[in-house]
Design a protein around this ligand. Structure first.
Ligand code: PXP
Length: 248
């Protein structure tokens, strides 16, 4: 695979959201993960939330067993989650902020204020061989702090850009995009690997995919929604095509 290849991580959380709306076993997130793999996903992302509102512990057990591509395990910085991650040792662990009352991960992690605590939190994960990524806003202070605590990867939160775009606030979308561009380059200059995600759609993916420093996008909600209309495989294939086109 060329150096310029932009990886696509498919987040399957919301297959589990639909399953959990009724209880029972359908639709099965593991089946979605295998299909995503076959459709060209370079990795699978799953967020085990403290309240288990979508992905369950059994889903993580299953993913670790069946996946041929790497699992990116998203989790809050809690002792419970650290223990689970150390048991499974997934390829990558992405530390995200988590509030019980939020509908989705609303902002980036506050690394700068929690530097010491987070440095201690991620050390055993790194020692266990997990690539540790920190989900943060496009903010120089947070990027510098992520670098200081020893993270290898940062994932930039694209939610503000995507929200502004979706709501037609185009000047703001352009400003958000500009800070994402600058901060991707800044993080890369520190030696961090740069990922991005949250809220990306067919309409918003290409400007981000075109940033040469970005190595991976993690996309979930839109793809799972789109799969209702065109099927999961074609939904992923189209995202892959748009990413490759932007990258070319
Ligand atoms: N990246 C991270 C760190 C996330 O927490 C999420 C949402 O779980 C995503 C990417 C994917 O966001 P979306 O589901 O909006 O595509």
């Amino acid at each position: 695979m060329s150096d310029n290849h932009l990886r696509l991580g498919v987040n399957i959380d919301h297959v589990a959201t639909v399953r959990n709306a009724r209880g029972g076993a359908y639709p099965d997130p593991l089946r979605a993960a295998k299909l995503a793999e076959e459709a060209g996903a370079d990795g699978i992302t799953a967020h085990l939330r403290e309240d288990r509102r979508h992905i369950s512990d059994a889903d993580i057990d299953g993913l670790m067993e069946v996946l041929s591509v790497p699992l990116n395990f998203e989790m809050a910085a809690t002792p419970e989650m650290q223990k689970i991650a150390l048991r499974h040792k997934p390829h990558a662990v992405c530390i995200v902020p988590e509030k019980r009352e939020e509908r989705t991960t609303e902002g980036g992690l506050e690394v700068a204020r929690e530097e010491n605590k987070l440095a201690h939190f991620i050390a055993p994960l790194r020692e266990a061989g997990c690539r540790v990524s920190i989900f943060i806003a496009a903010d120089q202070r947070q990027i510098e702090a992520a670098h200081r605590i020893g993270a290898e990867v940062i994932e930039l939160h694209t939610g503000a850009y995507c929200d502004a775009h979706a709501e037609g606030r185009m000047d703001e979308a352009v400003r958000e995009l500009e800070s994402l561009r600058e901060m991707s380059a800044f993080a890369h200059s520190l030696g961090l690997e740069v990922h991005a995600g949250h809220g990306l759609t067919y309409d918003t993916v290409q400007p981000i995919a075109a940033f040469p420093e970005v190595r991976e996008l993690n996309i979930g909600h839109f793809l799972i929604g789109e799969s209702i209309f065109r099927g999961l495989t074609p939904a992923i294939v189209e995202m892959r095509r748009l990413m490759d086109e932007a990258r070319a």
